[in-house]
Design a protein around this ligand. Structure first.
Ligand code: FE
Length: 205
């Protein structure tokens, strides 16, 4: 098939201090897989089938007739990105250029964490919270359903999935507790720093 389900970058029980193996099993093997499978069905035999996920997202974002393709392509991309935003023994503090830019952009790590948590908690219904690089500045954003910054203007650096399927098995309705665990114990700051350094040109503005 044109689009493949990438494996998780760690074992399913690797995050169980904050996210159970059962949640990762359902979330990756059922939800994420379903987006990839549906995208393959929807694009089979069309020119989109040979494009990258990013290109499919950009090509369909503003075309109402291709909403189903956009939703499934964006969700396939968002989930792979989200898995990499976490790691076993994650959390802690960013270092180097990323830390400096967070200080500069938000007035300190605690203020950033507060702003990100608020975006994640107040996203009404399903969606995503993001740290993005936009016009050379770090910014917190939130999006509904499948929408991601690739379809807008920002370069995604970090995301948290706030669809109920991301936390309901472990935290039930307590989204704020899930978001706190994500920020304190799961965030992979190395991955966020890599995303920032990959876009050094944009970051230098
Ligand atoms: Fe999800």
């Amino acid at each position: 098939m044109a689009f493949e389900l990438p494996p998780l970058p760690y074992a399913k029980d690797a995050l169980q201090h904050a996210m159970s193996a059962k949640t990762l099993e359902f979330h990756h093997d059922k939800h994420h897989k379903a987006y990839v499978d549906t995208l393959n069905k929807l694009t089979e035999g069309t020119p989109l089938a040979s494009q990258s996920l990013e290109d499919v997202i950009r090509a369909t974002a503003k075309d109402e007739s291709k909403l189903a393709i956009f939703n499934n392509a964006a969700q396939a991309w968002n989930h792979d990105f989200f898995w990499h935003c976490m790691k076993p023994k994650g959390g802690g503090k960013p270092i180097g250029d990323l830390a400096a830019r967070i200080d500069q952009g938000f007035g300190g790590l605690d203020k950033f964490l507060q702003q990100f948590a608020e975006a994640a908690q107040t996203q009404f219904g399903s969606g995503w919270a993001w740290l993005v690089l936009e016009n050379g500045k770090l910014k917190v954003a939130k999006t509904s359903n499948a929408v991601n910054p690739i379809a807008g203007h920002g370069i995604p650096l970090l995301t948290c999935d706030v669809w109920e399927h991301a936390y309901y098995l472990d935290y039930q309705n307590r989204r704020p507790d899930f978001v706190k665990s994500f920020l304190d114990q799961l965030v992979n700051w190395d991955f966020v720093a890599e995303n920032l350094s990959r876009h050094r040109g944009a970051a230098a503005a």
